[in-house]
Design a protein around this ligand. Structure first.
Ligand code: SF4
Length: 439
């Protein structure tokens, strides 16, 4: 009986990479790999990379260089690169870093078992295809082990929007929606294994249009079908584009009990000029009208957004328009970044904003966002929320979980277990979490 091989996976970037890392580990499980968190124990190291920031590829090359000693000490150790940098760089990775045995793109990781076999025969394995076949059809059903109570589930991949700053359409390809029955099967399987909350993932998840009974289903229709699964208590989805927020999805936020009152709806800028140059295909006004309609459907919904400052040609007036939009919406969370040039994207060729100016703008925006986040957290004090408990806290008897608004909540002396959902009265608000007591 051969000893199980050890797999060390390092995941960068988005929730979809987290989901993909899980599926890749499961696929390699068929080759006798067990996960390890100890680099020195690894028989294979897999970097699941993200291409969203400048110099992303350079960071991967320097990380790979650090494994030189490990490989020298353990010649059978296999080194693999997956994810969006693998897709973008492909064979270049092996040319620049001969230590690498395997490069696999996000659409072809269902072929990892045979690729791993190739590397064990001393060959290099490279696959950055956008294959005809649906990788999910070829991934074996998931192992039956108990799971953490909150899970991700990819329902859509790729994007057809081609925002001028984004690499996703090039690294993840065109929009593909998984068939409804496959998603429902995977969801039921997750619930059987202890999952109470599922976050539906897609680079442009609200453009979901998977085939199901009677034809193409919208994301809202899929959510209503998930709503019928006993044992599944909470549904979330991310990441959405304003132009794909259908009436039925807005309506579901008002009427679907298991759909949580949290919506991540990136806008990136508050300036119509910059939105046009970003190719976002909507205006600040239409975004604000959309927010009004969503709040009319679910007045207590917590909104989060994404913002880029220092996008090419962004003037002081453009930036002030972003600040004004943030002021008007009031976000519970918002992620903000300085524009970062991405090779191969249209905006990368344009004259860049002075980095010091972009820095100063980012600080102002983040200060505003932090004020809003604190204000909304403080307004939770005295209210009762439902918390899904996910793990023990750092103190004896403390339990930690997430509220329906996705706030982190910790409760001392909590007579609850992982996976329980319980009403909690919020007693205080901290910088990034809330303290509560069980009702
Ligand atoms: S919608 Fe999102 S994923 Fe698609 S191109 Fe734009 S930023 Fe990228």
């Amino acid at each position: 009986m051969t000893a199980p091989k050890k797999l060390y996976v390092k995941t960068y970037g988005c929730q979809m990479n987290v989901y993909d890392s899980e599926r890749m580990a499961e696929a390699l499980g068929e080759q006798g790999y067990e996960p390890t968190n100890t680099l020195d124990d690894a028989d294979m190291i897999l970097l699941n990379t993200c291409h969203i920031r400048e110099k992303a590829a350079e960071k991967v090359y320097s990380e790979l260089g650090r494994f030189k000693g490990l490989k020298a000490a353990k010649p059978d150790l296999k080194l693999g690169v997956a994810g969006c940098v693998a897709q973008a760089e492909g064979a270049e990775i092996m040319r620049r870093q001969p230590l690498v045995d395997l490069v696999v793109g996000p659409q072809s990781y269902h072929r990892l078992p045979e690729m791993e076999t190739k590397t064990r025969q001393g060959e290099k394995a490279l696959d950055t295809d956008f294959p005809e076949e649906d990788k999910f059809e070829h991934l074996k059903s998931r192992p039956k082990a108990r799971r953490a109570p909150a899970a991700f589930l990819t329902v859509q991949e790729g994007c057809d929007k081609f925002c001028a700053f984004c690499v996703v359409p090039y690294t993840r390809g065109a929009e593909v929606s998984r068939p409804v029955d496959r998603i429902l099967t995977e969801a039921r399987d997750l619930v059987e294994r202890g999952v109470r909350e599922i976050t539906l993932l897609g680079q442009n998840v609200n453009a979901y249009h998977g085939m199901g009974e009677g034809g193409s289903w919208s994301l809202a229709k899929l959510i209503w079908a998930l709503n019928d699964i006993d044992g599944l208590e909470r549904i979330r989805f991310t990441t959405s584009h304003p132009n794909d927020m259908g009436d039925d999805l807005i309506e579901a936020h008002g009427t679907c009990e298991k759909l949580m009152p949290y919506l991540h709806l990136p806008v990136q800028s508050g300036s119509d000029h910059i939105l046009k140059r970003m190719n976002r295909k909507h205006t600040a006004e239409s975004y604000l009208r959309l927010i009004e309609r969503i709040r009319a459907a679910r007045p207590d919904i917590l909104l989060s957004g994404d913002f880029i400052v220092g996008f090419p040609e962004e003037s002081d007036a453009d930036f002030e328009a972003t600040m004004a939009l943030v002021e008007e919406v009031e976000y519970g969370y918002a992620y903000s970044f300085k524009y970062s040039k991405r090779p191969g994207t249209p905006a990368a060729e344009r004259p860049q904003v002075d980095p010091d100016v972009a820095d100063e703008r980012l600080q102002r925006l983040q200060a505003l966002i932090t004020r809003q986040q604190r204000k909304i957290q403080d307004e939770m004090v005295g209210r009762t929320v439902k918390v899904l408990f996910e793990k023990p806290g750092k103190y004896e008897g403390q339990m930690v979980g997430k509220s329906d608004y996705l706030h982190a909540v910790h409760v001392a002396d909590a007579q609850v277990s992982v996976g329980d959902i319980a009403p909690v009265r919020i007693i205080s608000s901290g910088s990034n979490s809330l303290a509560g007591e069980l009702i």
